[in-house]
Design a protein around this ligand. Structure first.
Ligand SMILES: *Cc1c(COP(=O)(O)O)cnc(C)c1O
Length: 397
């Protein structure tokens, strides 16, 4: 081999005697074939085979198979974000003229996708009360092909009666998908309760370090996997093996992270109950959380995200109070090592069940800092909010 050829043909290293605990990062666009016959037959490799880097490398497969095992499914597809995980399910199941049901509490871009992408293409949607349970049967139309769930709901933490919704949807021939990002498969496994699709935003707890964007869709039915792979193939969607390697690394510590975050979020939620600026604490360990009974029935435990509904008199003090935070950061997304708080006004996002409370919501994501530092932050924050409410109460008296 001449030098110019040698520089582009690295030798295959001797692997004998080498074994590591990490999953190698296999990067590839081209996948080469042993002979012309294998190349000619590549289409028969099916959705599980390697044909082109966009459709997966062994690194992608390792992440898929680890998630499949955790979810109790048969196959998983990795996509570039949690939002892509949702839209790929919808685009795979729904044809023009079809109808989908989404909960009022769905991650807000899901409604945007239904309204601004699907509807102009003749695919219709209805937003339902997340607490409707078996009553979802009354909203099913002849053309309803998919019922989407998100439990608990984004920001407002409604836990849905998932088995009842699945039974009602299946009775009318619709498929059911669940956004399980809050719980991860460690705390709840929708496929084991009969869901057809489970979507995880790996961006959150699986990645776990606020530095990747990925989503997963897991299924039990291999035909649904084939259909999902056909959609990603046609649209041209794939993921970076480097991001998959980060997700595989993040998953290693997810168990201890979630246990810790769930314990601290539960403690904080209990301590915030009854403060003068607090209307309600939305944490599943408390009976004030909608669907608390379904949480206790179906979930193994809590993760680290919960919300606090403030009294309206606290609203004007929120920005100044947030500016006092030292350990918490202000930012959306969640599930990383760093604790986050964001103020939210969710009223514009609710259409099925109008949100009547005027107080802002603080969504809290507990990270891995020392809980004493975090609580010190919350004490100062809520002292500001309590003072605003107490002052307005005494002015009114
Ligand atoms: C963040 C999030 C998503 C979207 O995930 P991205 O990776 O940011 O697109 C979907 N559902 C829930 C519940 C989320 O919290």
């Amino acid at each position: 081999m001449k030098d110019l050829s040698r520089v582009v043909h690295p030798p295959e290293p001797n692997m004998e005697g080498f074994k590591s605990l990490s999953v190698p990062t296999y990067r590839a666009s081209t996948i080469v074939f042993d002979d012309a016959q294998a190349y000619a037959n590549r289409k028969y490799r099916g959705p599980d085979g390697y044909t082109y880097g966009l459709h997966g490398t062994p690194t992608t497969k390792a992440l898929e198979e680890q998630l499949t095992a955790l979810e109790g499914g048969t196959r998983t597809v990795i996509v570039p974000s949690g939002q892509a995980g949702i839209t790929i399910v919808f685009l795979t199941v729904l044809l023009p003229g079809d109808h989908v049901l989404i909960p009022d509490t769905a991650y807000p871009p899901v409604r945007g996708f239904c309204e601004n992408y699907l509807k102009p293409r003749g695919i219709y949607y209805t937003v339902y009360d997340p607490m409707i349970g078996a009553g979802v049967a009354d909203l099913m139309q002849g053309n309803t092909k998919l019922v989407w769930m998100e439990s608990p709901g984004s920001t407002t933490m409604e836990f849905q009666d998932i088995p009842a919704i699945i039974a009602a949807a299946h009775a009318k021939g619709a498929l059911v998908g669940a956004d399980n990002t809050w719980a991860t498969p460690l705390l709840f496994k929708p496929l084991m309760h009969g869901a057809d699709f489970v979507m995880e935003a790996l961006t959150k707890y699986v990645g776990g370090h606020s530095d990747i964007l990925l989503g997963s869709i897991s299924v039990r039915d291999v035909e649904l996997h084939r259909a999902l792979k056909a959609t990603t193939r046609m649209i041209g969607i794939g993921v970076s093996p480097d991001d998959c390697a980060l997700a595989l690394r993040g998953m290693q510590t997810m168990g201890v992270r979630l246990t810790h975050m769930g314990k601290v979020s539960t403690e904080f939620a209990e301590r915030l109950v009854g403060l003068s600026s607090v209307e309600r604490v939305l944490h599943p360990s408390l009976t004030s959380c909608p669907g608390h009974e379904y949480f206790k029935r179906d979930f193994v435990g809590a993760s680290g995200v919960f919300s606090v509904v403030l009294k309206p008199a606290a609203n004007a003090a929120v920005d100044a109070a947030l500016d006092t935070l030292k350990t918490f950061s202000i930012g959306a997304s969640w599930g990383g090592t760093r604790s986050l708080i964001v103020p939210m006004d969710i009223r514009p996002d609710r259409v099925a069940v109008p949100w009547k409370e005027e107080g802002l919501i603080l969504r809290i994501s507990v990270g891995l800092e020392d809980p004493a530092d975090l609580w010190a932050d919350l004490e100062v924050l809520f002292a500001h909010l309590n003072a605003a409410v107490d002052a307005s109460d005494s002015a009114a008296a």
